[in-house]
Design a protein around this ligand. Structure first.
Ligand code: CO
Length: 137
């Protein structure tokens, strides 16, 4: 079952400028940055009241975020919902006709498991489902 909004991911063409916008202009607190080489993505997290904003930027100018920015420019990239049973939710959504970008869930940050649903399944919005490791809050 989907429990909460884990994060909202924003694709940014200029990470330094976006960090200033979210930290200095909006006044959010940067919790950290992380490069994810397997996804060719640099990320930065701003926690806020039970969820977080995640900036995503192409690492080395390549990968899925670079393609996204070329096609659509910066903006909302995906919503991530935390689920307490990823496999059950995927099965339930597949029954409703949803399609997913991979056959099965992949390892995410902090021992989580994640999977992305195709944007056409949800009115043009890319949806990530994440099941946290049992020993991680
Ligand atoms: Co995400």
């Amino acid at each position: 079952m989907i429990r909460r909004l884990d994060h909202i991911a924003i694709a940014v063409p200029d990470l330094a400028r976006a960090l200033r916008l979210y930290a200095e202009d909006l006044g959010l607190t940067l919790a950290g940055t992380e490069d994810v080489p397997t996804e060719s993505t640099s990320t930065a997290f701003f926690p806020i009241e039970g969820t977080r904003i995640e900036l995503v930027h192409p690492m080395g100018g390549q990968g899925p975020i670079a393609k996204y920015l070329d096609k659509r420019g910066g903006g909302l990239h995906h919503l991530c919902f935390e689920t307490d049973d990823l496999d059950a939710d995927v099965a339930r959504l597949k029954e409703k006709g949803w399609t997913f970008l991979s056959e099965s869930a992949r390892p995410g940050a902090h021992g989580s498991r994640v999977i992305f649903a195709h944007p056409r399944s949800c009115e043009g919005v890319l949806i990530e489902l994440s099941e946290h490791a049992k020993d991680h809050p």
